[in-house]
Design a protein around this ligand. Sequence first.
Ligand code: ADP
Ligand code: GN1
Ligand code: MG
Length: 352
Amino acid sequence: MSIEIANRFEIDGAAASCERYGNGHINETYLVVSATGTRYILQKINRGVFHDVPALMHNIASVCAYLRAQDPDPRHSMRIVPPRTGGSFLTDEDGAAWRVYDFVEDSICLDAPETPEDFYQSAVAFGTFQRQLAGFPADTLAETIPHFHDTPDRYRLLREAAERDALGRRKLVERELDFALAHEAEGAALANLLARGELPLRVTHNDTKLNNVMLDAVTRKPLCVIDLDTVMPGLAAYDFGDSIRFGASTAAEDERDLSRVTMSLELYETYARGFTSACTTLTKLERETLPLGAKLMTLECGVRFLTDYLVGDTYFRIHRPDHNLDRCRTQFKLVADMESKWSQMQRISAAQ
Ligand code: ADP
Ligand code: GN1
Ligand code: MG
């Protein structure tokens, strides 16, 4: 089926193969190889998550064009391959939305840093991305997922899910729920600063996992940032924080042995250095809120996994029963670990 979909795009020659690809939790991603050997990324956009696909694709096309105008190297920004009928995506007979990108060749995409230098370079990539978009008219971007990093709103959804307890899972997560609720007031700290106008609204990526950045396979220097579905107005601390949550952890996001899950101060320092050096547009207060971003993005992600577990795993793709609960537990373990390292995190950020 998907090979036939791939052929409806302006790819170079007919599609010879089309296989599932990558470790994303949201979209269905396929690697397409055409008869001429050219590679593409085909994605079925998750319509349950993204309700307005035309607006989403308009965001992505505008941001890619803006980035390409600043840096024309074809591997330094994503290129949308249009459907043969025109536009930026196609809707199939079942109503599913599909898009194709050029494959970023000679690149690597990591689920965990192999060396601190890889993590440093990913920080440079995301810091540069935010700096390059500092002049982009943020008000022209659609909010592809409203309240995406609105932590108080994520708590509202968690409370709702716990009260409904649709699957009777609440009794299994009392400890996690207690942890979440004990951090609720603190969880609102960034939202409060934003509401008081103390932090500037930036064009941010909002999903700065390490596997959303491509590095050159040989030099291991940044090529481009991918997964632009959540590029929206946001806070610098969101982008910094989500990277720490995922990439500075000593274990995978779904590790079951929590004794292996800690936040590496070495990786925290490495990322802070890379991000701050590349994102020269940061204000003093933005720099000061970076540790808070790390803690709150981790807390918020744990709250989201827990909510999804309670409602029956309807948002994040799971590969085993209790997958979202395992993910929630790693996030809360990381939050606790950050709390024990809080003064060092602040010292490191202040030194940049
Ligand atoms: P999701 O929203 O599901 O995370 P992504 O857009 O991040 O989807 O894509 C999933 C994976 O596919 C990425 O982590 C990366 O490995 C790979 N990928 C996506 N786009 C490209 C691209 N243009 N070139 C090479 N690999 C890509
Ligand atoms: C999702 O799309 P992906 O897998 O890169 C999610 C992020 C979460 C992340 C947790 C659109 O990211 O917000 O932090 O999973 N993306 C969306 O791993 O919800
Ligand atoms: Mg992704």
